[in-house]
Design a protein around this ligand. Structure first.
Ligand code: DAH
Length: 357
């Protein structure tokens, strides 16, 4: 075949193919055009390619190069058309879904575009809750069964709720600016003096008691912040669960029973509780709480009977009411239960770690 004839066949082919792909109205029409032009056995490109064999040897490089260019153009016209059809299908499906959702409950019609769908042959990657979130949910559930409801408080706090009302005087080392994340927020902006990221969830005890009369039976769970260097057991942000019960004639035996039931539900089986004398400004007496599990004593947090000064600060009469409080590290119980040895693993966002929970 003469070179000129081959080249004009190529021109005709590319014009026809481009117009066929561009005018394909939907996926089915595009597929028909694809088979006609790009079909592996008897597509029109294949047929024209066969003509290459009859081209004079000296003309072959020119013919071959032009053929490759034309083939690439046709393939890219096909890809563009394919993308256009997919977008149209997706848009139509989304429209259909939202129309349906407007009418009643949202149901994706069979065969419609589903954004959560994986390509065929790929494993479906389902997300899951972070281990700390899972722990929080479990703790809420356990304490809920013991009659404690969930209370919440801000993570940006004033000194009254983080310290003063909790009987922590200005001279206390816990108030050292280097031990806390103070904010550079102007005092006029806060209206409540210097502000800091709360260093403990005990703040929520005050916020709840300021707004309620006894009996109070709450837990507060959430983030707290301290400028610690991260290592296997420290992280500048971590979570605590705070418990507070105030009523008439509350005793330390109530505190121990609640903590024991809590530990047995969370860890499963027999768990012993041990109190060691300690000091916290907001409790009197104060204790460190250890739990024995699998023959080891593990320090879980602090607790005690609410200090009369704290009750007075919120307007309760310490002669009439008494209460207990406790604060436990959520990372600590989560790590103990899952046998984790490095708190930093929880905050690296490594999916290979997180998907094990
Ligand atoms: N707030 C204490 C801390 O962060 C923990 C704590 C100790 C909380 C004793 C309490 C308590 O409610 O009674 O170290």
């Amino acid at each position: 075949m003469a070179l000129s004839q081959f080249l004009s066949e190529l021109e005709a082919l590319v014009t026809a193919a481009e117009s066929a792909f561009q005018s394909a109205a939907d996926a089915a029409a595009l597929e028909t055009a694809r088979i006609e032009y790009l079909g592996a056995k008897s597509g029109r490109i294949k047929t024209v390619q066969k003509g290459l064999g009859g081209i004079d040897k000296t003309d072959k490089p020119v013919a071959g190069q032009r053929f490759n260019e034309v083939k690439a153009r046709i393939e890219s016209a096909f890809s563009a058309a394919q993308e256009r059809c997919q977008n149209a299908t997706a848009a139509a499906a989304v429209k259909a879904v939202s129309r349906k959702a407007e009418k009643s409950d949202a149901v994706i019609p069979p065969g419609a575009f589903d954004p959560s769908e994986s390509p065929p042959g790929c494993r479906l990657h389902l997300g899951r809750l972070h281990p700390i979130t899972q722990t929080i949910e479990t703790l809420k559930e356990i304490m809920g069964r013991l009659g404690f409801s969930v209370a919440d408080g801000p993570e940006i706090e004033d000194e009254w709720h983080n310290f003063q009302a909790l009987n922590i005087p200005a001279s206390h080392p816990a108030r050292d600016p280097l031990e806390n994340f103070y904010l550079s927020m102007a005092e006029e902006t806060s209206g409540a003096g210097p502000m800091l990221l709360r260093s403990q969830t005990s703040t929520v005890q005050i916020r709840v008691m300021e707004n309620r009369r006894p009996p109070v039976r709450i837990i507060a769970l959430g983030r707290v912040y301290r400028p610690d260097t991260a290592d296997a057991t420290h992280f500048p942000m971590f979570h605590q669960i705070e418990g507070l019960l105030v009523d008439r004639q509350v005793t330390m035996a109530d505190l121990k029973s609640v903590l024991r039931m809590f530990a047995m539900s969370y860890f499963g089986g027999e768990v012993h509780i041990r109190f060691r004398p300690s000091f916290f400004p907001f409790t009197e007496p104060s204790v460190e709480v250890d739990m024995q599990w699998h023959d080891r004593w593990i320090e879980m947090g602090g607790a005690g009977m609410v200090d009369p000064n704290v009750l007075r600060a919120v307007g309760y009469d310490p002669e009439e009411f008494s209460g207990f409080a406790f604060g436990i590290g959520i990372e600590r119980v989560c790590m103990r239960r899952h046998n984790l040895t490095d708190i930093r693993e929880l905050y690296k966002n490594d999916v290979r770690f997180l998907e094990q929970f």
